[in-house]
Design a protein around this ligand. Structure first.
Ligand SMILES: Nc1nc2c(ncn2[C@@H]2O[C@H](COP(=O)(O)OP(=O)(O)O)[C@@H](O)[C@H]2O)c(=O)[nH]1
Ligand SMILES: [Mg+2]
Length: 368
């Protein structure tokens, strides 16, 4: 698969001007593809760069890789844990009860979840029991099963731009990547020609407000902010009014995530939702829960907690680049069936993309 298809898709969205996103897509393809390459050629960006690039080597080394190859390298920690485990277990081994049990244990240790582990072993037992199997064959089966679990949850964020603004409330524990994810999404939608505003609803930490302002400058989006300690709901209320009067397409509202005290968090988030509804009773139109993949199974309890407080409509998993626990996404999909809109594989603006089930499944198990 070429990285271009994934890149072109970005985030979706219902539009009152259907031609606009298509045009900006065509433009971004034209910019990304040097003239020497035929438009239909299946060439990865890094292949193009490697060809006859006259620039100094250190600059070429920093050239943007395709999303697919960055996804693969981002998931290396997860895939190498699995690959190593499978290599140790299956160098031409007969698939007997012992081997199946070892395999199930290994899959559970990679955070894929008990259900997935059981399904993969059952399928192998049915088709290959008593035969010699290799690690690659198991990876293939695993990738297929994982892709099947993930396909129904892989849904891009699809704002309704006729709402002006479509309001996205972003929740999650401190440090999970909310502010960074808002910055990245702001960039994606700005690049599609959308008018986007940001509201600095994490009023507890001065650094959090500053951080959102930096993303606002970087992406050229206005940031509604107040002093540290200000009432988050009051800020959200004003931001809603201001954003509507500007005629924005999208408003992202950042929040604080002090999980130490669930009652406080609950009160604050519910109040934010209440005041948002005073301005627009259909809002917030999306409530995104941002989860840090490095916490592994702990992500399950975070989903439970936030589902209890607000009406979570979708998930974003971050930091998949820094963890061997990427399998947790599969376990979450299986357990909660909430849409996974996007994944983060780095700290930079271009490190967030819509979630693609097949690409993720193959990268996770270390297949090309
Ligand atoms: N490696 C990596 N770091 C990330 C990713 N997303 C966020 N971060 C980093 O995680 C830290 C916490 O993120 P932040 O957005 O401040 O989290 P918040 O407290 O939920 O708003 C920051 O240093 C981010 O740069 C990601 O996908 N990959
Ligand atoms: Mg933050």
């Amino acid at each position: 698969m070429s990285g271009k298809g994934l890149f072109g898709r970005l985030f979706g969205g219902k539009s009152e001007e259907p031609a606009a996103p298509a045009a900006s897509e065509a433009e971004s393809d034209a910019v990304a593809t040097p003239p020497v390459v035929e438009p239909e050629a299946e060439v990865e960006v890094e292949d193009i760069v490697a060809a006859d690039d006259p620039r100094p080597a250190e600059i070429i080394a920093e050239a943007p890789q395709s999303w697919l190859s960055r996804l693969k390298s981002g998931l290396t920690k997860s895939s190498s844990k699995l690959t190593q485990g499978l290599g140790d277990l299956f160098t031409k081994r007969k698939l007997d009860d012992d081997a199946l049990e070892d395999l199930e244990d290994l899959l559970i240790t990679t955070d894929l979840g008990v259900g997935t582990a059981a399904r993969v072993t059952k399928r192998l037992a049915k088709t290959r029991f008593g035969q010699d199997v290799g690690a690659d064959e198991i990876k293939q089966v695993l990738a297929e099963e994982v892709a099947q679990i993930l396909a129904p949850v892989a849904k891009p964020l699809e704002p309704d731009f006729t709402r002006k603004p479509h309001v996205v409330l972003v929740v999650g524990v401190n440090g999970s990547g909310k502010t960074t994810t808002i910055g990245k999404m702001a960039k994606l939608f700005k690049d599609q020609g959308r008018q986007v505003s940001l509201a600095a609803g994490d009023t507890f930490r001065a650094a959090a407000v500053e951080q959102l302002k930096v993303w606002g400058e970087r992406t050229n989006c206005p940031v509604f902010a107040r002093d540290t300690g200000a009432d988050a709901a009051g800020l959200a209320f004003d931001a809603m009014a201001e954003s509507a009067s500007r005629g924005d397409d999208l408003l992202f509202i950042d929040t604080a995530g002090r999980l130490q005290n669930k009652a406080d968090l609950m009160e604050e988030l519910r109040k934010v939702v209440r005041v948002i509804k005073k301005q627009d009773e259909t809002a917030p139109h999306d409530v995104l829960l941002v989860l840090d993949a490095t916490v592994g199974q702990n992500a399950h309890s975070q989903v439970e907690v936030f589902k209890d407080i607000v009406d979570v409509s979708g998930l974003i998993l971050t930091k998949l680049d820094g963890t061997a626990r990427g399998g947790v996404l599969v376990a979450l999909a299986e357990k909660f069936a909430l849409p996974v809109h996007a994944i983060g594989i780095g700290e930079k603006a271009e490190d967030l993309r819509p979630f693609d089930a097949d690409a993720f499944a193959r990268s996770l198990v270390g297949l090309n």
